[in-house]
Design a protein around this ligand. Structure first.
Ligand code: UD1
Ligand code: CA
Length: 465
């Protein structure tokens, strides 16, 4: 049984953000929750997050992702050692305690398992009391150096020789709880800020009780301290997610140019176009075209979202076609074989099987019957300035182009509405509705009309000179 403590009380000033550092979102999940997810995947049962800055917001965001996490409050951020002390009373008397920072979201379950294995050299016969994971940094600036025979020395306290050491402390540790409880009260404050360092617990790293597990990948511990590093971390996580879905049978036009957030579920056979964005709780089995943005939407197998379409809160059933350049808003349901074409906006409306709205329409608060055809430019006038009203269009009906349907209104099954109509009354089933001005053709009038205009223009010119 493992317990983990995530140190997340820091503010993260360098983010230049009003939001606590650990709450910055990475592909639909706050930074700290990526670490919690990795700990869970590694089999950690009990997780304690140490909080201080924006405590309430951090608690709420963490619990939304994982309701069993517990919290310890650090009264004043007085260093990593002090942060761990604030969690001590929540730690059991025995067992192994993992400690990690809250700002290294690239940490993976495999790194955690590896540290735990090193913490028990020889499979537990020679149990260590404390183990720190180290890696070789390209640039060790900012990290505690692993100094043989001394321990972990923070950069601020390094001699010039120590400063040159590139093996650094990752900030991921394993401790034996019994030992930890005895050692925590002995930590001493470091001047000038009076901070306690968790790294002091590791003392002499070549001692019998504590040690260092080396050879970890630097990339696992890439810390996020500013927005540039945040964007870098997003890039790494994005590629990780895309690769995992590709291995699961999803076809990607380009693994580097698609953004799938962590909440989305994709199915084998789904295909993701160049630069597609899939956000929120999506369930995608169909095909998503280039530059489409799809949020909180279900796309069934055999359905296609064509390029540059935007969907939010919609359901698209098998064989349906949406776009290019369509917009589905919350409550849009596009049933089997229905079509929504370019520059068509659908909100809180169902297009039943085989219904088609292929060009330039607004379909809001509507029920479009099976096989109905909605002509180009049809608008459901659903809003009277105060309330929204419903439009019901019967199956197999035909709505001519440029029709305005002033809701509430019902068009019966199989009815035909003449193009250019503005309808304010219901249309019975099988009726033809025409609601537009009468057309009159005056034979030969065009020539006479032009002659008159020309004469008028000439006399106006003469009188002005
Ligand atoms: C720490 C280590 C350093 C290591 C590096 C790895 C110490 C003294 N140094 O330095 O050896 O190489 O991590 O990234 O531990 N935190 C609190 N309360 C506090 C202070 C910090 O919860 O009072 C949290 C922060 O929110 C952060 C984590 O602890 O998530 C690490 O703190 P940070 O100040 O970033 O430590 P580093 O200077 O990076
Ligand atoms: Ca840090």
């Amino acid at each position: 049984m493992f317990t983990a403590v995530v140190l997340a009380a820091g503010l993260g000033t360098r983010m230049r953000s009003p939001l606590a550092k650990v709450l910055h979102p990475l592909l639909g999940r706050p930074m700290v929750s990526w670490i919690i997810a990795a700990l869970r995947e590694a089999g950690v049962a009990e997780i304690i997050v140490v909080v201080h800055h924006q405590e309430e917001a951090v608690r709420a965001a963490v619990l939304a992702e994982d309701p069993t996490v517990r919290f310890a409050r650090q009264h004043e951020p007085k260093g990593t050692g002090d942060a761990l002390r604030s969690a001590a009373q929540l730690l059991g008397p025995a067992g192994t305690v993992l400690v990690t920072a809250g700002d290294t979201p690239l940490l993976q379950a495999s790194d955690i398992r590896r540290l735990l294995a090193a913490h028990r050299p020889g499979g537990g016969r020679s149990q260590r009391m404390a183990t720190a994971a180290s890696f070789i940094a390209q640039d060790p600036a900012g990290y505690g150096r692993i100094v043989p025979g001394v321990g972990i020395v923070e950069q601020a306290h390094c001699s010039p020789d120590q400063d040159a050491i590139r093996e650094v402390n990752s900030g991921l540790y394993a401790f034996e709880s019994t030992w930890l409880h005895a050692q925590l009260p002995t930590l001493l404050a470091h001047p000038p800020k009076g901070e306690l360092y968790v790294t002091d617990l590791l003392g002499r790293l070549d001692g019998v009780d504590t040690g260092v597990a080396d050879g970890f990948a630097a990339s696992a511990f890439a810390g996020v301290n500013d927005r540039a590093q945040l964007a870098d971390a997003r890039g790494v996580l994005r590629r990780r997610i895309n690769r995992a879905w590709a291995e699961h049978g999803v076809d990607f036009a380009d693994l580097d140019h698609a953004l799938i957030d962590v909440r989305a579920i994709l199915h084998p056979g789904a295909s993701i176009g160049f630069n597609a964005v899939i956000e929120g709780a999506c369930d995608i089995a169909g095909s998503i075209g280039a530059n489409a943005v799809v949020r909180h939407t279900t796309v069934a197998a055999g359905a296609a979202i064509h390029p540059a379409t935007v969907c939010d809160g919609a359901a698209v059933r098998g064989g349906a076609q949406v776009g290019p350049m369509a917009r589905l808003r919350p409550g849009a349901v596009i049933e089997e074989g229905a079509h929504v074409g370019n520059f068509v906006e659908v909100k809180n409306a169902v297009l039943r099987r085989g219904a088609k709205a292929n060009h330039l329409s607004y379909i809001g608060d509507a029920d479009i019957g099976e096989g109905a055809n909605i002509g180009a430019g049809t608008i459901t006038c659903n809003y009277d300035g105060f309330r929204k009203h419903k439009t019901v269009i019967g199956e197999r009906s035909f709505i001519g182009s440029n029709t305005a349907l002033v809701a509430p209104i019902t068009i019966g099954a199989g009815a035909i509405v003449a193009a250019g109509s503005t309808l304010i009354q219901d249309v019975p089933a099988d009726a033809i509705a025409i609601a537009r001005g009468q057309q009159r053709n005056r034979e030969g009038s065009a020539t006479r009309f032009r002659a008159r205009l020309a004469a008028e223009a000439t006399s106006a010119l003469k009188s002005s000179v």
